[in-house]
Design a protein around this ligand. Structure first.
Ligand SMILES: O=c1ccn([C@@H]2O[C@H](COP(=O)(O)O)[C@@H](O)[C@H]2O)c(=O)[nH]1
Length: 275
């Protein structure tokens, strides 16, 4: 089964919210946990324990695990396994991107049978060129996994580069166009990252047939109700993701916040459609 098929199946059953797992110091404080390995593990695995049976997709942020060195990465491995055991999908937010030979090394870490940090999908960065991402894309297709290419990120600093004019449209549009073409032979396993924080997407997503991961909900100012204005006809493809908004007020508030965002998402016109 391809990543696109598995995503369609699980979001049809559970709704299309992606919960970010960002066990940063302020989140550990809100959970009353120490800033150490034990706090990291209790927070990250606690999120999956509570929300794993009902949430479709989780997005662990690799940075907050890498911050604890190899033992933090071992916690990340356990979190990825927990997500799988809960019947949910994982998008590991690692934003990797390099020349082809090094990209193949990254692919071996996350993609393909037996990859030590196997995730259903990973985020990748096209700064060295969309073509340089080919080893990761090939490995993802072969393994029934997915990749999400950064196109128009949620942070304000991204605009200078992503909205720069190439002479044939913006850089973001160039990334969308190349990704759209590659997806034709990639079984829809290539997704895009486009933030919820902009008044408009900043790129034409028409004809794009992959999933669109949408960060920036909540703490960065994006809203579920604003998604229709930002994404227009691409709305059925969006996979909104929020982290601090859900996990940032402590363990006891997790379920209620996730339920509330899921309910808001269900009100969007495409509710229930497979995409
Ligand atoms: O454009 C992007 C790409 C990735 N992110 C990541 O998403 C989460 C956002 O966390 P919130 O607490 O919901 O703001 C975080 O891991 C970012 O690194 C993004 O924000 N924008």
């Amino acid at each position: 089964m391809t990543y696109a098929d598995r995503l369609a199946q699980v979001t049809a059953q559970r709704g299309r919210l992606c919960v970010g797992i960002d066990p940063m110091p302020s989140v550990l404080d809100a959970w009353g946990l120490a800033h150490d390995l034990s706090g990291l593990e209790r927070c990250a695995r606690g999120i999956v324990e509570v929300l794993g049976p009902t949430i479709a997709v989780f997005k662990p942020q690799s940075a907050f695990f890498e911050a604890y060195g190899s033992r933090g990465v071992a916690v990340l491995e356990r979190v990825l396994a927990d997500i799988r055991d809960a019947g949910a999908l994982s998008i590991l937010d690692v934003k990797r991107g390099d020349i082809g030979s090094s990209m193949a090394g990254y692919a071996a870490a996350y993609l393909g049978d037996g990859a030590p940090l196997w995730a259903d999908a990973i985020t990748i960065s096209p700064y060295l060129g969309v073509g340089a991402l080919r080893p990761a894309i090939d490995a993802a297709v072969a393994g029934g996994q997915g990749v999400y290419v950064l196109a128009r990120t949620s942070n304000p600093d991204g605009a200078t580069i992503q909205l720069a004019d190439t002479g044939a449209g913006t850089v973001a549009q160039h990334i969308v166009n190349e990704t759209r073409e590659m997806n034709a032979s990639a079984e829809g396993c290539i997704g895009l990252v486009v933030g919820a924080t902009h008044r408009e997407a900043g790129c034409d997503l028409g004809g794009f047939n992959g999933s669109i991961l949408v960060p920036g909900i909540g703490a960065q100012g994006g809203t579920i109700s604003g998604l229709a204005d930002v994404f227009g006809s691409a709305l059925p493809r969006v996979l909104p993701t929020a982290s601090r908004d859900i996990i940032g007020s402590g363990h006891e508030n997790l379920g209620e916040r996730a339920r509330s965002l899921t309910a808001e998402l269900r009100k969007l016109p495409e509710n229930g459609e497979n995409y």
